[in-house]
Ligand binder design. Structure first.
Ligand code: FPP
Length: 230
């Protein structure tokens, strides 16, 4: 969800104004995803590197996260949204931890849309935490580390039990991954859009899906017979 700061600057407003508008785009996107039949949606809300931003901006972002969960949880639940927060929980303040647990617990039986919010998330950090869990388990069980499988690693990540993303969308024209789902995105399709995140809506999502539909996914193999142009 990139471009909040530039969107605000273009309007002569502080960065926090852009983040606030970004939450509106989050609401629209979650609604549109449900309507378009998307079953899994992950929003990258706060990276493990975002703590290095000015304290006032970090405060704004944490405040928006708190507000989003307290204000929107009931409506999300009513719409069948199951919420999971990805990321490192160590060191988070007790109030944020409480909100995360409430959101996950109250929405856990919902099945219409799985909404992941990546918060204090970094792909490398996630992989390090998964490796620590696996190393401890293997040592405790006296198992051979050569037996570690890709499935076991996937199941030790924050996204355990979920499919890998088919499509990764980044807004604002930047063309990089910025530590997002490094393991899970191995075979994802990428769409980079010129719009700033606060302007993202159902029509931009549809554009990204149309672009995705035109791709041929080969997973390192050869095109499926139906994809071969004759
Ligand atoms: C990147 O744009 C965006 C972020 C670091 C924060 C994204 C957060 C929100 C949209 C609001 C909170 C989210 C939820 C789910 C409640 P940037 O600020 O780096 O933009 P810039 O590159 O133009 O400066």
């Amino acid at each position: 969800m990139d471009g909040n700061g530039r969107w605000a600057a273009a309007r002569g407003r502080p960065r926090g104004f852009g983040h606030k508008a970004g939450v509106e785009a989050v609401r629209k996107t979650v609604r549109a995803a449900g309507e378009l039949g998307i079953r899994h949606l992950t929003l990258y809300a706060f990276s493990s590197e975002n703590w290095s931003r000015p304290p006032s901006e970090v405060r704004d972002l944490l405040g928006l996260m708190r507000l989003f969960i307290t204000r929107d949880l009931a409506e999300l639940c009513a719409n069948g949204v199951c919420i999971r927060i990805l990321g490192n929980r160590e060191g988070l303040s007790p109030d944020i931890l409480g909100l995360i647990e409430t959101a996950e617990t109250k929405s856990r039986h919902n099945t219409a849309l799985n909404l992941n919010i990546a918060f204090n998330y970094g792909g490398r950090d996630e992989i390090c935490r998964a490796f620590a869990v696996l190393a401890a388990r293997y040592a405790a069980e006296g198992r051979d580390p050569n037996d570690i499988s890709e499935v076991e690693i996937s199941e030790a990540l924050d996204t355990a039990g979920q499919p890998d993303p088919d499509l990764v969308i980044r807004t604002s024209g930047e063309i990089r991954l910025s530590n997002f789902m490094l393991w899970q995105a191995a075979y994802s399709e990428f769409v980079f859009l010129p719009c700033m995140w606060p302007d993202f809506d159902r029509s931009w999502l549809q554009k990204a899906l149309d672009e995705y539909s035109s791709r041929s996914r080969r997973y390192g193999g050869v095109p499926a017979a139906k994809d071969v142009a004759l």
